[in-house]
Write a protein that binds this ligand. Structure first.
Ligand SMILES: [Zn+2]
Ligand SMILES: [Zn+2]
Length: 327
């Protein structure tokens, strides 16, 4: 038997279940989960900010594990270590899939939302969407790369060639993106929850030029800003902080409503855009790059049974870096 936690409906506490160890179908992998990082998107799933799939679902989409069995046609062999990300399946035929933008596939299915995820001892995943992981990283430290790292990387690319980069919300993704950006020679400015001295100190410690409250003006005019905090009110604030021609990237899957603001704040060819999901190409790129960056991946680990309390810590902004569940 295999233990898992599932979300029956939005707002309900996670329910522990025991199910038979699932069998992989053709092209699928059965994976023994070693670590699953906790993402803000998991909160959006269990809190109902995202539409619930209408059946009990096992959250978790930053999974590292060992392949126990491989279905016919799968490429990853039993015994190999793989990562399972958010993007779980795409149609391969639509205009987005056929133009290098599978992240926008309208039929896409996501791990820990439409597909049962990694708050479990075992997970079954489509082999084509699983990745080999850099050697030399243990499962707990590799797990946050699977979403915080990958989507952070996609967001950083969307920010363009910015020298002065603002990061709004300094959680799992920002703590990695800040280090990647520093490694690329950029200057990073961290905007944290007002009053969160711990997050500000953490950001400075990771090489940020400045760290201060998100309701304060930026210390310098920014070339670009990435919003990881799900707070719509930060969008106009970030637009005001970027120079003419600057870009504001909204990297979260859900955000509270954006208040109206004067057109003058967008004027000057400022660009406001979102980043949605990831492509497998983003993952290949970032996972090849990650070992060269000397990343300090800050994690706190919790047993699977403490998932509910871990989500509460994330909701309350108490996690420094990434929280990782270990079954
Ligand atoms: Zn995520
Ligand atoms: Zn498609």
């Amino acid at each position: 038997m295999s233990r898992a936690l599932c979300c029956d409906r939005p707002g309900a506490p996670l329910r522990a279940i025991e199910r038979p160890v699932p069998a992989p179908g053709p092209g699928e992998l059965l994976i023994a989960v070693e670590a699953c990082a906790v993402c803000r998107t998991d909160l959006h799933v269990v809190d109902g900010d995202l539409p619930h799939p209408g059946r009990p679902v096992v959250p978790g989409h930053e999974i590292v594990g060992t392949v126990l069995a491989a279905g016919a046609g799968a490429n990853h062999a039993p015994g190999s270590r793989v990562g399972v990300p958010w993007l779980g399946w795409t149609c391969g035929r639509c205009e987005w899939c056929t133009s290098g933008r599978e992240n926008l596939c309208p039929a896409a299915r996501f791990t820990g939302w439409q597909i049962d995820g990694g708050y479990a001892e075992h997970v079954v995943a489509d082999d084509r969407y699983c990745f080999a992981l850099p050697a030399g990283l243990d499962a707990v430290h590799a797990a946050p790369l699977l979403c915080a790292g990958l989507i952070g990387w996609r967001a950083l690319k969307a920010a363009g060639a910015a020298t002065a980069l603002g990061l709004y919300g300094f959680g799992a993704a920002a703590h990695l993106v800040a280090q990647v950006a520093r490694h690329q020679g950029r200057r990073v400015y961290a905007f944290v929850r007002p009053g969160d001295a711990t997050a500000a100190a953490f950001a400075r410690d990771l090489g940020c030029e400045w760290a201060g409250p998100s309701d304060a003006p930026a210390p310098v005019a920014l070339d670009a800003a990435i919003l990881f905090a799900p707070v719509g009110a930060l969008v106009p604030a970030a637009l005001r902080a970027v120079k003419p021609g600057g870009t504001v990237v909204c990297a979260g899957i859900h955000m509270s409503d954006i208040p109206s603001f004067p057109y003058a704040w967008l004027w000057g060819e400022r660009v406001l855009r979102s980043v949605a999901n990831l492509t497998r190409a983003d993952a290949a790129e970032f996972l090849a790059l990650a070992p060269t960056l000397g990343l300090r991946i800050e994690v706190e680990t919790h047993p699977l049974a403490a998932a509910e309390a871990t989500l509460a810590r994330l909701r309350a902004g108490q996690v420094s870096g990434a929280a990782v569940l270990v079954p």
